[in-house]
Design a protein around this ligand. Structure first.
Ligand SMILES: [Zn+2]
Length: 389
């Protein structure tokens, strides 16, 4: 019987862990229960070092010594080390242009609570940050071991003097907002700010549809389109974290092709994004566009099939570039790709290098709370990854 997690009288905070402790904890967080022998093999620590590290983590209540499993063949029975998922909680927030989606996850990234609020009408950073502060304060009343917070949004995020700033978030109209410092001040929690698609990519790699694959492309499309890439089990970061920009690749150059906000005729964004599909179909919303396409309305059919083909083209470019084991396609626009799946595959075939191959493909059902879940995983990742990376 394991003793209950002890609550500190004062506000609990995540302890400072050194790289060795992080490495062992990360293995158990990401891969679940592990035997000591397995952990020693995967982390490269000696038995003595590993005993010390696991003892530290047991004392900190993050893991517990579990059942003894007999090992096949010779050798001593191996003791399992199990994660205590309830030992820490993480908050995740996704901001869209209209709403805030927030979740609380445990240390194994399981969502234990979720909420949704409309954004303040002003959409001003100060007002949105104040809302985040209220949501976190409310979470804290029920989750006393809230370790940290992740916030993600569409747009570019860069580090300036060690703090993350939102360089450009078109749907919020923000430019150069020092969001990390602002959110940490109101929430009192260490905060990770991420681009939403990059956060979602890490989330799928560690806990979602990408588990077990060392190379991965995640494409998400809705109000915009973006991609995240994993190569050799690491998120591809680039020089500034601005990877996966497939939105303005040219996919069709006919005179009748639609034009994007930046004036490109026939680029991916001019076809694929939800606003583009709606405009190209002359519809009221995405549902209306899809319904009209199903009924055979020629304009809606052209918009939906054109969108799905352009999405296929974007996927083909990514496959050609990194040769991933799996491609995950998700986002608010996913029903469009499902309805016109043949056109999507046609788009892939038309653009794929003859020697490339689309491996596993997963159309992942989308919910805005997925992004909040992903943001919380960015927060988990920050506390278990090596400090030097
Ligand atoms: Zn464009």
């Amino acid at each position: 019987m394991t003793e209950a997690i002890t609550e500190a009288a004062d506000r609990w905070s995540w302890p400072e862990l050194h790289d060795g402790q992080r490495a062992v904890l990360r293995e158990v967080v990401v891969h679940g229960s592990r035997s000591r022998a397995d952990l020693a093999r995967r982390t490269g620590f000696s038995r003595t070092s590993l005993s010390r590290l696991t003892r530290d983590l047991v004392e900190l209540q993050f893991i517990v010594e579990g059942e003894i499993k007999p090992r096949s063949g010779r050798g001593r029975p191996s003791e399992m080390l199990d994660l205590r998922p309830e030992s820490a909680h993480f908050a995740g927030v996704k901001l869209t242009g209209e709403a805030l989606y927030a979740v609380v996850t445990d240390l194994h990234a399981v969502v234990v609570e979720r909420v949704e609020h409309p954004l303040p009408a002003s959409k001003a950073a100060a007002d949105v940050v104040e809302l985040i502060g209220r949501v976190v304060a409310d979470f804290r009343t029920r989750h006393r071991r809230l370790a940290s917070l992740g916030v993600c949004l569409a747009g570019d995020v860069e580090e300036m003097n060690g703090r993350a700033e939102v360089i450009d978030s078109p749907f919020l109209g923000w430019d150069r907002v020092p969001l990390q410092g602002m959110v940490e001040k109101v929430s009192g929690l260490p905060t990770v700010i991420s681009n939403d698609v990059q956060a979602l990519t890490v989330a799928h790699h560690w806990f979602g549809a990408g588990v077990g694959h060392s190379s991965l492309a995640v494409v998400s499309f809705g109000a915009g389109i973006g991609a995240g890439l994993v190569v050799r089990d690491e998120l591809v970061w680039g020089a500034r974290g601005h990877t996966g920009k497939v939105g303005h690749l040219l996919v069709s150059n006919g005179e009748t092709a639609p034009v994007c906000d930046h004036g490109h005729r026939g680029c991916v964004s001019a076809w694929v994004t939800v606003p583009a599909v709606i405009a190209n179909a002359g519809a009221a919303d995405l549902e209306d566009a899809l319904r009209r396409a199903e009924e055979g309305d020629p304009r809606a059919v052209a918009a939906v099939e054109g969108g799905a083909r352009a999405l296929g083209a974007a996927v083909a470019y990514l496959v050609d570039l990194i040769d991933p084991q799996k491609v995950i396609v998700t986002g608010e626009g996913l029903p469009m790709a499902r309805l016109a799946e043949a056109a999507f595959h046609q788009g892939v075939e038309e653009h794929l290098d003859p020697s490339s191959e689309l491996g596993l493909l997963d159309f992942w059902d989308f919910d805005f709370a997925d992004y909040a879940w992903a943001a919380s995983i960015s927060a988990i990742r920050r506390v278990v990854q090596r400090e030097t990376t």
